[in-house]
Design a protein around this ligand. Sequence first.
Ligand code: KG4
Ligand code: ZN
Length: 338
Amino acid sequence: MKVLGIESSCDETGVALYDTERGLLGHAVHTQVAMHEAYGGVVPELASRDHVRRLIPLLERVLADSNCARGEIDAIAYTAGPGLAGALLVGASFAEALAMALGVPAVPVHHLEGHLLSPLLADEVPQFPFIALLVSGGHTQLMRVARVGDYELLGESLDDAAGEAFDKTAKLLGLGYPGGPALAKLAETGKPGRYKLPRPMMNSGDLSFSFSGLKTAVLTAARAAELTEADRADLAAEFQEAVTEVLAAKAVAACRQRRLSSLVVAGGVGANRRLRQRLDAAMAKIGGRVFYPELELCTDNGAMIAFCGAQRLMQGELPALGKGAFAVRPRWPLAEIS
Ligand code: KG4
Ligand code: ZN
């Protein structure tokens, strides 16, 4: 079965074709970073309009790369939420219309479920059940994954998500959008420990997170004195240490608590090198192992959506054909789909 995946929840347009027998046949992503850069963040209306422009050319490219004709598509999966309402509507209406034209099912997919399952597209995959650490721009969550579709929320951020904290702190340090990768790059040239930042909720005894205080602490340090380039690098390094230390400690705590040795990491912050180092080391200590998506599938893409839709279809969830009506859910807690 060949499933087309469409992702348009934020500032990346992603299209992919996944074959349940042969794996990923092709995938292409267009990132809107250059367009939003001038504004210092994502402008929702511009994002929607750009998705409209990109979808058809991306579809043509993926079909050509996969050596497939449109008629060979068996189902179309698309991100139905959470995300920006207008951006989601572009992908949803495109997918639903194409599905109706081709006479195949359209499968609405939860964006975070897509991230969560993306490590299963890698060569080496974890066995169920496992613990998943979801670290994206909008979410920081620890989940126990029993199987596809069975997600138990163990803990989450009470305020800013880890990616959001990276982005906001990057802005404070004068780095452009997208802040996460820029801050991580600057951190590599700095020394942690010279500035002292808190490790929020490290000893809270539960699996909750809080990252908004870190950003305030960085702001306080930045206001106290004129920062040199070296100061900014040291501050970035300490910030990265603080976030990754808490994330790693709580992920390991979740594995211990549930007596599981496989940890899956998904979402944009999962691309962070320091986080990977820490998680690998901490999990090795308890005889466990960390599974990551391919680096290019850490951030938003259509492959994870196609894969997720395929899993749902294989579980026997057959959506209505050509129903002609659909809805998107800009806010949609993942635990609701279990
Ligand atoms: O999963 P994602 O692509 O989109 C959402 O669904 O949110 O995650 C984007 C987030 C952004 O906050 C971005 O700054 C962050 O992931 N990010 C990183 C890195 N690469 C992306 N944060 C820290 N280090 C990175 N290398
Ligand atoms: Zn995402």
